[in-house]
Design a protein around this ligand. Structure first.
Ligand code: FAD
Length: 225
């Protein structure tokens, strides 16, 4: 079962924090929480993106495939950082993996998929036990569908930018599901997060009003149209 856990170091009131930081530069009264909150909203509405970088998000992503985490790592803006579970010492006898919905729904395909996973596990063990191959070398066989766990730290600007790419129908289905889990987990942190997720975590076609993708899902008209 995959899960997003938002860590306590995540900014609890992102809008208030943004408003407070911007207020320092505008010589405003930053002791008034209501004014800070309103100033935060104004910054967002006016596109003052730099304040988004003060909002910290730290979370554990657990049970998603190594494949989707590989895609996660392409979002570099704002110098995010992360740690990932080691594959050098993994106990591959019981390694967990993601089963795509389309495979799970097809009994025969599911059996082939699961047999292959089992085969990988058996082969890794054989290489180690019968041939004395170090575990870190046998681990080369581990599949991208294997579940992994990361602890991740990034800022709000990066996450909003990511939402535009990864809430797009063209994005990989597991990433879209991961992103939905992140939206739900952040929305549960506070009302301010719920507001941000509802209004700013959107696919890119919501920003432009048209679709930029070559193969459009039809949600919005193509740019040329
Ligand atoms: C449908 C789809 C298919 C994809 N296919 C592939 C694929 O086949 N292979 C692959 O590798 N990736 C693929 N990707 C990932 C994609 O190419 C990007 O790597 C990913 O979206 C992250 O990059 P980004 O610019 O969106 O975000 P970030 O890296 O987080 O950057 C956010 C913004 O910050 C700024 N920025 C970031 N870094 C710099 C910099 N060094 N200098 C100046 N400004 C910077 C830019 O304005 C950028 O837009 C795919 C993505 C999608 C949605």
């Amino acid at each position: 079962m995959s899960k997003v856990t938002i860590l306590a170091s995540t900014t609890e009131k992102p809008l208030s924090l943004m408003g407070e930081r911007a207020g320092v530069c505008w010589g405003s009264d930053i002791t008034d929480p209501k004014k800070n909150y309103k100033r935060g909203l104004d910054c967002l509405a006016s596109g003052h993106g730099r304040v988004l970088e003060f909002v910290n998000v730290e979370m554990v992503l657990d049970g998603y495939s190594a494949r989707v985490i590989r895609e996660w790592y392409t979002h570099l803006g704002g110098a995010p950082t992360r740690l990932q579970a080691s594959t050098r010492y993994v106990n591959y006898e019981n390694f967990e993996y993601v089963v795509p919905h389309k495979i799970a729904k097809n009994e025969e395909a599911a059996a082939i998929y699961e047999n292959m996973m089992k085969e990988i596990s058996v082969t890794c063990k054989k290489l180690e036990e019968e041939y004395g191959i170090p575990r870190e070398d046998a681990a080369m066989l581990l599949p991208l569908g294997m579940s992994t766990k990361i602890v991740d730290k990034r800022n709000l600007r990066n996450l909003i930018d990511m939402s535009h790419q990864r809430m797009c129908t063209r994005a990989y289905w597991e990433y879209r599901e991961l992103f939905r889990d992140i939206c739900n987990a952040l929305s549960a942190v506070s009302d301010e997060w719920a507001y941000l997720v509802e209004h700013y975590f959107v696919p890119k076609c919501e920003l432009t009003g048209w679709c930029e993708e070559k193969k459009s899902c039809g949600r919005k008209p193509r740019k040329e149209a």
